[in-house]
Design a protein around this ligand. Sequence first.
Ligand code: MG
Length: 457
Amino acid sequence: MAEELIISISGMRGIVGENLTPSIAAEFGCAFGTFLKSSAAVQNKTLAVCIGRDSRKSGPMLAAAVASGLCSTGIDVIDLGLIPTPSAGIMTRELNCCGAVVITASHNPIPYNGIKLLLSDGIAPPVNKAEQIKNIYLGKNFKFVVSNMCGSVVINTLAYETHVNKVLAIVNRGQIAAKKFKVVLDSVNGAGGPITKKLLAELGCETIAINDDPSGMFEHTPEPTADNLGSLCEVVQAKNVDIGFAQDPDADRLAVVDEQGNYIGEEYTLALAAKYILEKTPGAAAANLSTSRMIDDIAKKYNSSVIRTPVGEANVAQAMVTNQCVIGGEGNGGVIDLRVGPVRDSLVGIAIILNLMAETGKKISELVREIPCYYMKKYKCRADKRQAQRLFAAALEKFQGARINTQDGFRFDFADGWVHLRTSNTEPIVRIIVEAQSREAAEKYQKIIDDIQRDIT
Ligand code: MG
């Protein structure tokens, strides 16, 4: 399995016992601590960092190692225990901390884990700051403190309650509870189970929870895509419930299954949330360039607009803060509502979608049918830097009539669809997303890209 340890904007990810070891985690903690102490961003912030982790068995080991590194640079650690990633962002702001660390490899399989960093605003560091942290880590330029200046670790168990209360505050709890919804929740043995059951109970739902034990032994492949949610669809169908929800292991992504047991697709999660929020709240939405055009249709209906950003949660969150967006997120099932926090949050998605159902009195399948339907295909091709540049140049040539956005690779928008081409920061590949109003149109655009690809490789 020998793979490289990946160090990117949002932290590091690797395979536990191979390239992600306690010594590496401790040094990453030292680097983050050194950065925070020297950073102007910590002014007026407590020199403390929240640490949370998803349910992987390697979580406590890595959390302890990172905490040790932070303490060695004079930073106090607030141990939040086993929590969803969004809870860490919320607690960081709530406790006025200078940053947070989440031990998670999100939707990756069990052997992986990762160390994700957030700054005091609850958002991942921007590129220049992430680069500084990486350089401190690689150069081992740590600033250790003397014995009596070392940080200490305290335990804080308020994350669930704080997070749930913040989510309840943005919806009409009585309206949802009156419906007594029956819900199936699949938390894939990740961090979402306990807190999401608490939220659903507060919303008066009858919950059938599957894979809710946060054991880290994922019962199925953890990414909440159609291929991995067959068991959830079966339970929804068999139990005659109103809706099914699936979370990824750190509970920032959400997928929905309708009352007939059909997997709806992660792109609809943000679209449904936007439908509810934009109808009642004036303001713009934000989404990354790879997100479905459904959100543009919904925004148009409610005289709103969509700000498009480069791919990456931090980019969307930052654009939302700058433009005071009322809703935002990513097409992979990540919904962000700044009233709760600037982090993708499956609990936010669940509460808003239930409120949409309660308020309209419509079934989830009916609500989905009201949103214009698109055909989307996501795939990737191998291409080194030079091949990627040739691919982009050829696409520019072919798609001359398109509206072009170059914030993150190239996105070409046409009347009936769009194509987004972008390179990966970690692998020699180009990611390709094609979406169109009809299957034929989507296939037409895909064929153009495939023909170019054949020519350049
Ligand atoms: Mg995740």
